[in-house]
Ligand binder design. Sequence first.
Ligand SMILES: Nc1ncnc2c1ncn2[C@@H]1O[C@H](COP(=O)(O)OP(=O)(O)O)[C@@H](O)[C@H]1O
Ligand SMILES: [Mg+2]
Length: 375
Amino acid sequence: MKELKLYIGIMSGTSLDGIDAVLMATNGTQVELKERCHHAFATPLRHRLLACANGEPLSAKCWGELDVALGQAYAELVRQLLHTANTPASEVAAIGCHGQTVWHQPDAPLPFSVQLGDGHRLAAHTNIVTINDFRRKDLALGGQGAPLVPAFHQQVLADAQRVRVVVNIGGIANLTLLDPQQAVLGFDVGPGNMLMDAWCQQQWGSPFDEDAAFGLQGQVNQALLASLLAEPWLAQAPPKSTGRELFSMGWLVQHLSAQAQPVNAFDVQATLAEFSAQAIAEQVQLLTISQQPLSPQLLVCGGGAHNPLLMQRLSALLPHWHVNTTSSVGVDADAMEALAFAWLAHQTLQGLPGNLPAVTGASRPAILGAIHLPG
Ligand SMILES: Nc1ncnc2c1ncn2[C@@H]1O[C@H](COP(=O)(O)OP(=O)(O)O)[C@@H](O)[C@H]1O
Ligand SMILES: [Mg+2]
């Protein structure tokens, strides 16, 4: 068996809640989580990122400053992670850093996806080889540049005896189909937590609807739900990916203003949770899956796995699926994406591809990312 080496993965997703970092050991096939830590974004940084992701005009100066501020925050979290794990930087083979997506337009005439977080600074300040900018090679090959986690899901969760669907519910939700009888399939499903978070922040000043405390006080408004579910992007065939560019507060406000009757704030919160659950369940039901000896599992990861309303509704909407979190089968639901980028760093250093063309739509498998050497 090949020797395990240490890698660090850093993820900060579309929820803009903060940064997740993991220390893990891998040889490509085996994966062991060693340590994990999270750092919440300071409010001013979060507001600047949100403005940028909402498409507000940004000067080159602000852009550069955001890039550096994120690079510094990532480097600080790496120092904290290594300190907690009592591990010297010299033992880490590489950092895989997703960066912070500020714009993603894979289907425009000039398609691109930009993640900020200065990789040079991260490499120089940690003294560890750093790989970032994982998405643009796939886009250059005609792909969506997303999702990139399905190859890792396949590595850690494929089961020869049953069909598994992994649903990562971050700001956006994406799913991966792992069926022993067919190639891996993966695509973005729609908003995961993003609209729920935005509404909660606007109405009650809370960063998110913790344990669905607000949503559970409301009733689903069927007219609003039908209007949200009618979004044409949801019915588009994969490959597809999305972000804040589509599912913004502006998008929600348009749907709310089109309602004949005003909808109360708790009911909006409940309806947004139902919308996220139904958008996921609908795509799961559309999948063609093989018959296997064991019954199919829907395994949830990302912050949405902590939302009891979402989990309840997914179980109710998918009675033929055994719904649980990835933690229940040994992969920490809160660490999944950071683990994936640590693993992708390993793939790149080994000269192995990280994308799955059947998932992203790229013309071929490719070695992903930009490598920053500390020396
Ligand atoms: N206890 C909880 N109850 C409800 N929602 C939660 C809870 N914990 C986390 N979340 C949700 O998870 C989100 C963070 O998920 P995460 O996987 O980090 O997303 P991203 O990758 O987009 O940053 C939060 O913004 C929140 O919506
Ligand atoms: Mg997050």
